[in-house]
Design a protein around this ligand. Sequence first.
Ligand SMILES: Cc1cc2nc3c(=O)[nH]c(=O)nc-3n(C[C@H](O)[C@H](O)[C@H](O)COP(=O)(O)OP(=O)(O)OC[C@H]3O[C@@H](n4cnc5c(N)ncnc54)[C@H](O)[C@@H]3O)c2cc1C
Length: 609
Amino acid sequence: VEATASDFASQKFDFVVVGGGTAGLTVAVRLTEDPNIRVGVIEAGQYRPGDPVIEVPQSAVAPGNPNGTALAGNPTYDWLFTSTPQPGFNGASIPLPRGKVVGGSSAINEIVWQRGAKAEYDLWSTTFGNGPRWSFSGLLPYFRKAENWTPPGSNLPLQVSPSLASAHGTQGQISVSYTSFTSSVEKPLIQAAVQLGLKYNGNPDLGDPTGVAPIGRNVDPVKGIRSYAGNSYYEPNAARKNLVLLTGAQATKIVFKTTGKNISATGVQYVVGGTTYTVNATKEVIVSAGTFQTPHLLELSGVGNKTILAQYNIPSVLDLPGVGQNLMDHPFTGSDFSFPPGTLTLDSLRFNATFRTEQQNLYTSQHKGALTYTPAINSPVTLQSLVGTAETNAMMKNLTAFLSTFPQTPLQKVQYQAQLDMLKAGDAPFLVMGELPTGGFLGPADFNTSYTTAVIMQVHPFSRGSVHIGSSDPLAAPIINPHYFEVPFEVDIYVKALQWTQRWFTSKTVGGAVHLPAASDVKTDAQWDTYVRTHTQSVNHPIGTSAMVPLSMGGVVDSNLKVYGLQNVRVIDAGIFPLTIGTVIQQTVYAIAEQGADIIKEAWNIKAY
Ligand SMILES: Cc1cc2nc3c(=O)[nH]c(=O)nc-3n(C[C@H](O)[C@H](O)[C@H](O)COP(=O)(O)OP(=O)(O)OC[C@H]3O[C@@H](n4cnc5c(N)ncnc54)[C@H](O)[C@@H]3O)c2cc1C
């Protein structure tokens, strides 16, 4: 049920969850399966059930503008954060969208549903010391638990392996399906990628995501709408009396009581319309405010690096220097290709009124067609599969030489060794080769022209950033500095990937694609370097700022997601990733939250369902 600000403050809760986003709603819904457990959720955004801008899949991929959509960049849904000026981008700042609505970033993301590699999660369990729960096989039951999976239909431009079903769950909250609409460029692009040497992978979901594979999406195949934490976890359970949601409220502080060496949270302060309220939690405070705002809230509450806190006159409750460090993100670069007149891409929705009306009618009557579009190609690849083993080894040699003089924290040392091992073994992707059948990436799209944008994600960067408070005003935005491209390998790998993309899109099989001048004129190494630094954005997968690694490595939470040094505060969101993974991350965030809910149920003897 929903509450008003003052009503919420007067209620008794066992758990208070900060952030009604992807992870926060998952945890709150699982804990309140037991009617005796009372959970209060504080969310800054609004509850928007049935909002077509959130639910119609295509609004996440705006034709003519892959960088900004109807959701990202729109203040109704997005916090509108930006990075600090990035020297690696020649001083430019970039937008860093985050969902500000019930459902959080799951309401505004691009609806791609993929898992990482076994090798990546197994590091969480072994190298980062978190035990078997956090290995690939420990997470697999939770990947399945979150899903209500429907197998692909016959119109998928790819064959799937019979084992695909065994990777997926059918009793969970998030509807997962496969694309039912493809543009006319996608089938040839898939064929051409395989001709260029990418492996074909009929089941990417049991530990090896690499190659050209069927791409899941979190769309209800019957209703044709986005399935996300807001409409799939919260909405069906919104009537629970023991699950109380407060919207339009920004948490500004966790309130602590210190007795000797014991620091426990008693509640949370929040602001609504300029008034500050406090709500109490008798068991735990769970912080699920996301990778940028969880460390921000911890710092506002006195938990973090005490030197940083002192600059803003925030009394230190616990000196925990890992808070807000270890920020990793997936950047993306790309380029636009135009196609001959008559090629069907999403741009047809932009300039062809007849096609648009036809597709709108198809969507309204049958929940099908172009308005259900989600990306159909998003292939995680090893570096070897693009440039071969000899070139990979040569690039690795340069990288290792650079890293030998690059300043590193104890955590980075361990992470770098793990990343180099994966790079060499080729058991995890380093790039994701994708596309969006629409233009606008390199400049305004021409009216009567069909484009496709190559989208290249970099998934194991070596640069590490941070997010910290920049003001004692609790409502001010955090300072986000991802430190993109501090390691030259990150630019080098992009140059290789862009050159490969040029061969891919202009291959005979794809037929007729023309590289836009801004990209095709690029020839020399210096020109490529400038191109990459000018045309890179975030693909919005920030993680790591509340890392689940040992305290001695700079960790923030232990393997039970408890903040080191605090009795009863857990972080459950994308910030706990010890190291990033080689694909999109929302499915892993749901699995973390499902696992986190079970850890809490075990700790408090709460009935499991
Ligand atoms: C534009 C975009 C596209 C993406 N595309 C994909 C994709 O296609 N596939 C994929 O797998 N992943 C994608 N992602 C990433 C994925 O959606 C996120 O990693 C994931 O949803 C993060 O979940 P979370 O629970 O950590 O945070 P969120 O879901 O962001 O939840 C945090 C919540 O906390 C609230 N909050 C924050 N601070 C406070 C406060 N102080 N008080 C009260 N409330 C607060 C926020 O409003 C928000 O609702 C994308 C992300 C974005 C932004």
